[in-house]
Write a protein that binds this ligand. Sequence first.
Ligand SMILES: [Zn+2]
Length: 422
Amino acid sequence: MGDIRVFPLSCAVQKYAWGKVGLDSEVAKLVAGDDPQAIIEQDQHYAELWMGTHPKGDAVIKDNRIPQRTLGQWIAEHPVCLGSKVKATFHGQLPFLFKVLSVNTALSIQAHPNKELAVQLHAQFPEHYPDNNHKPEMAIALTRFEGLCGFRPVEEIITFLNTVPEFHALVGNEASDELQGAAGDLRRVAQVLKMCFTRMMNCEKKVLVDQHNMLVKRVTEDEEAGRDTSGCQGKLLLRLNSQYPGDIGCFSIYFLNHMILQPGQAMFLGASEPHAYLSGDCIECMACSDNTVRAGLTPKYIDVNTLCEMLNYTPSPPSAKIFPCTQDSSDPHTFIYDPPVPDFAVMRIEVPANVKEHTIQPVDSAGILLVISGEATASTPSCPSDWTLRRGSVIFISANESVRLHVTSTCGMTMYRACCLL
Ligand SMILES: [Zn+2]
């Protein structure tokens, strides 16, 4: 019995105030699906489900034959389970945190430093930058998912400067004119965009308050009169203003792409990419770090200098910000989202209704599997007993283990799996 290498987990729920409430939340629905006895409170915010070993939410092992209580404790005793390359590369630790997010109100606009900058920021300002690691993230929509990501094409920003006078006032005449003049010259555009964004972030408090009030008043009146405000993103502006009244982040919508992801579509948020999650449910996977530089929609500290220096100012359309997945060459039911970082990859496994036997393929990396829909009886070659997987089930899979599924639901299964593809 010393050989249990695949086992179910009970995962930590984070009840942040921005989360969806009660059974509106995918996080709450998954928890209730996995444990019919779980009590979901209709006035609680179910923001995040954490599937990993983070000390603030180390997953609890649901197998009473295993003496360790949590996944972190078990991995510390069995580092071989990580796979040899992962174990060596990440010093015996699981390198990623796998999550489900249910977003009701916007999270702060932010960017994450690259490794080099993270080391420097942590040494200089440990109170704001708690570790020395980078924090690449990937979000994959489970429901219609809305966010901000990357700088818009420069023509769109110029149009907003010309049609939203309050935005123009924050950026200023000089920077606005330079952006018009730079259009077409890519290197110059990035430089001038940086100047425009920096001017806005550094504008005088009084100017910000006045222009913000004017814009909100104007758009509110237009909306009430039934006039079209889409030219200044009126509905989005008013919604963000109702969540963060007077916040500089409300103006960031004129710089950043407004993304709408359909289920299965992903955004990869590499170093220095400005982004925010606005609404909807998603899978998220990230490297283990808490380093975040904020840019608005937040009551928290904004490090304006670091932020304006570090961002990726290359404009691109929203379609370029959608991260593609590829079909696994050895399994037609598996789609891989493999970002250009070593810390994690995510697989989406879609077993169609007519397929009743499916094997989760072994990889040379520990992984965590979450069932989004469907039911199956699962077993592994190394362990004689089997167990039931259903919506909300989470299992840990050691490196090089396969899991055989006998699908018992009639409409197939959808699962997500996080691991490392080194
Ligand atoms: Zn982020």
